[in-house]
Design a protein around this ligand. Structure first.
Ligand SMILES: [Zn+2]
Length: 234
């Protein structure tokens, strides 16, 4: 098995790209299957997170060993019938009021022995799902942390290594640079309204997603090699 930062796209996954460790993908596939069974969509709001980057890209071990830091967690909202269920809607005390499909989806995650639902944590975090790597295998967490963190830094660095174009997508802090500007200028040339400022914000994300839909690409809002080619940027 290999530690490697990857993008997960499932049939039921929408929102921000889920950036995760390759070894977490089978777990997300299960989450995707549970959502498909209940005809729900999973709107990802956060996945792998960068932390503790000091001057010279030294990776400082964090005080809190979150599974987000090794790409083994996502935060999500649930969409059922066009309605969004966020943190307050998903909390345990509200479950009686939830549509059966949403309740069954959360229950399926709780029943899956390798998955944890944040609503069961001491401090409730009902939008959080992980595989408990930090508890189950602390050594693996330690080993993965610098690899995933280095990959996250490389992803969002203006001049990505080995001459390979970095991935561009809606991320906070916003990704910016001449490569973002080039994407925006192509989108404007293709008829999308925006002010090309070299910053990948919400307007760029929406235009890009619409462009991808129009082109029959996966509408994930990520500029990767396929989208770059469709934009004629290669
Ligand atoms: Zn979380």
């Amino acid at each position: 098995m290999k530690t490697e930062l990857r993008v997960f796209s499932g049939s039921q996954f929408v929102g921000k790209p889920a950036l995760v460790d390759g070894e977490f993908i089978p777990f997300l596939q299960k989450v995707n299957d549970f959502a498909a069974e209940q005809l729900l969509q999973v709107h990802v709001t956060s996945s792998a997170r960068q932390q503790g980057v000091a001057v010279g890209n030294t990776i400082v071990p964090p005080a809190t060993r979150s599974n987000h830091l090794t790409g083994h967690a996502i935060d999500m909202n649930v969409i059922h019938d066009g309605q969004l269920f966020n943190s307050s809607a998903l909390k345990k005390s509200n479950h009686a009021k939830l549509p059966a499909q949403v309740r069954k989806f959360i229950q399926a995650i709780r029943d899956e022995k390798e998955l944890r639902w944040g609503g069961d944590f001491g401090t409730q975090d009902p939008v959080h799902i992980d595989d408990g790597l930090n508890i189950r295998d602390a050594l693996a967490w330690d080993m993965k942390f610098p690899i995933i963190q280095a990959a996250l830094i490389a992803l969002t660095r203006p001049e990505a290594e080995a001459g390979q174009a970095r991935l561009l997508f809606l991320e906070r802090p916003f990704i910016s640079g001449p490569d973002v500007l080039a994407v925006q200028e192509r989108l404007v040339a293709l008829g999308f309204a925006m002010n090309p400022d070299g910053i990948f914000g919400a307007v760029t994300d929406r235009a890009l997603t619409m462009f991808q839909e129009r082109e029959g690409l996966i509408a994930d809002g990520i500029v990767g090699s396929g989208t770059r080619k469709a934009l004629k940027l290669t």
